[in-house]
Design a protein around this ligand. Structure first.
Ligand SMILES: [Zn+2]
Length: 206
């Protein structure tokens, strides 16, 4: 159900080095391979999330007109990083896109979407926070991350792993104007969860 695995940090298609079964990125060396599926159905979401070691966050309710457009996961079985890609209308016109990332430390997945060269947020998660979400009933503070002009990126921690939220365009951070409520798709995949066609930023580095 997945296409070629890519690097979780830069989106490059991985190779397997001769004499090794290790997934290899020519920039980032040995990495946790990121699998993805742009064509979603509820059964696929359940299959990916059932044994995941990290949450699969999705807004609940979804903002009006928004849909889930793709899913990516690092490591299988037992995903150590999960990306849920959502897209919908922006309030000032045009399309907006949000990726929600949960990952174990040392994966580099969220940083890959934020365009950062390191694996983990480090000192970015310090000082006053910029926003907060309700993640499966827990309040998670988010810190704004420096990134390129075309996007906004935030990171915090929920359920012992990093929680990243990256939006395109940057103004789509309006979603965080009020505490966004997130549910974990491992708990249940509602049959009413709206699904849609693939969007642009399902993979990091795009
Ligand atoms: Zn890479």
């Amino acid at each position: 159900m997945s296409t070629s695995p890519v690097c979780p940090r830069c989106g490059e298609v991985l190779v397997v080095r001769p004499g090794s079964d290790q997934a290899w990125c020519h920039l980032h060396a040995a990495v946790t391979p990121l699998h993805h599926t742009p064509v979603l159905d509820h059964a696929t979401i359940s299959a990916v999330t059932v044994d995941a070691r990290v949450p699969a966050w999705v807004p609940d309710p979804m903002p009006a007109g928004w849909v889930v457009t793709g899913l990516a996961w690092g490591g299988e079985p037992g995903a150590r990083g999960i990306v849920v890609d959502c897209a919908g209308p922006a309030p000032l016109g045009g399309q907006a896109e949000v990726v929600l990332v949960a990952e174990e430390p040392g994966t580099g997945l969220g940083a890959g979407y934020a365009g950062l060269p390191w694996l983990d947020p480090g000192e970015l998660v310090a000082g006053p926070s910029a926003a907060a979400v309700q993640a499966a009933g827990q309040r998670a503070a988010l810190w704004e991350v420096p990134t390129s002009d075309d996007r906004a990126a935030f990171v915090g921690e929920a359920f012992g792993v990093w929680l990243w939220l990256v939006t395109w365009p940057a103004s789509a951070a309006w979603l965080l104007a009020e505490d966004l409520v997130l549910v974990d798709l491992r708990d249940r995949v509602l049959p009413t969860l709206p699904l849609g066609p693939p969007s642009e930023h399902l993979l990091p580095g795009a």
